[in-house]
Ligand binder design. Structure first.
Ligand code: AVJ
Length: 317
């Protein structure tokens, strides 16, 4: 087992590699996963409460309204595998509705975060067995070898996290989850839907500036963790719609010419040049169902809200 200091050192090294590589590209990028340090996770929590950011409250409403049907899909004594363990209230809604759940397996790359959410679930459901797995679910990893055999295995992937993956990654993920749940398995997948562009842009550039602070925080993190001197005040946040990839993109825009260094390497940007920090792909139900089918799944049910902003899909093998 790696201890906490080792894990932190490895993470920092990976961040350094990703940051230097991304900033060296002709079109600068930083992988979205690095947005989520402690401050970034806190700011994301705040985003979910912003009036413009409809996905979290819409998905929560859909899960509440259909918890019984979701529990039926998973069946009695289910073993629930949750990919990314930060969904909090959404997880509780599903676990609460299940008929004698067999085991809850939260999977997350951040060990600290995982331990904290596993503890919260144990307190809330004292009779439920919980077995956290520290892993990057976008890569191959092993499930615990001793999963109970009685019930069905069910994947739970809420939050439209699938939107952060490109097509190939999303397909690989769907296939991996399919292998994990085995021949009798099921899954519940939450996904934000394509809609009018102003609604999407507002959701990723809220008036109170929380999303801007979330995006800019990655620069502060570079300065703190990688010995950078990026002039954070010289950057602004922008949300853009990319029609070709059907994605909202977050960009950090240099408002003026800037030069800075990170880990001793010098970088410069012209006014208006950007660092692309996140993709949030939007699907329509047909497109996502087709992708799921290619990944080895059959669409069982689709639950949505009255405005069809967000979809929760029930999948079966
Ligand atoms: C957590 C990745 C689903 O894409 O909507 C929210 C992240 N970024 N506002 C999303 C996010 C800016 C969020 N996901």
């Amino acid at each position: 087992m790696l201890d906490k200091t080792d894990t932190e050192a490895l993470q920092r090294e990976a961040f350094r590699r990703d940051a230097l590589a991304g900033l060296s590209k002709p079109r600068k990028t930083l992988p979205a996963r690095w947005l989520y340090d402690d401050r970034g996770s806190e700011l994301f929590e705040e985003i979910t409460k912003a009036p413009e950011y409809y996905p979290t409250r819409t998905e929560t409403g859909i899960l509440e309204d259909n918890a019984g049907a979701i529990a039926d899909l998973f069946g009695p004594e289910a073993v629930i595998l949750e990919y990314g363990a930060g969904a909090g209230i959404k997880t509780e809604i599903v676990l609460e509705a299940l008929d004698r759940p067999g085991l809850y397996v939260p999977i997350d790359i951040s060990g600290d975060f995982l331990a904290a959410s596993a503890d919260r679930i144990r307190q809330r459901f004292p009779d439920l067995a919980v077995e956290p797995v520290t892993a990057d679910f976008t890569a191959e990893f092993d499930l615990p070898g001793d999963l109970p055999e009685a019930g069905r295995r069910g994947g739970f992937f809420p939050g439209s996290t699938i939107g952060n993956l490109d097509r190939a990654e999303a397909l690989a993920f769907l296939k991996r989850m399919r292998r994990h749940v085995g021949p009798e398995g099921a899954a519940v997948l939450g996904c934000d839907l394509k809609k009018d562009i102003p609604t999407l842009i507002a959701a990723y550039d809220d008036a109170a500036g929380v999303t801007a602070a979330f995006d800019l925080n990655i620069l502060t993190r570079i300065n703190r963790e990688l010995g950078g001197d990026v002039p954070v005040e010289s950057f602004g946040h922008e949300a853009r719609w990319n029609d070709a990839t059907s994605a909202i993109e977050m960009h950090l825009v240099a408002r003026e010419p800037v030069t800075f260094s990170v880990d001793g390497r010098a970088f410069s940007m012209e006014a208006g040049e950007t660092i692309h920090t996140e993709n949030s792909r939007k699907y329509d139900v047909e497109g996502l169902a087709a992708l799921a089918e290619e990944g080895g799944w059959e669409l069982d049910r689709v639950w949505t809200d009255e405005n069809e902003r967000f979809a929760v899909m029930g999948l079966k093998v």
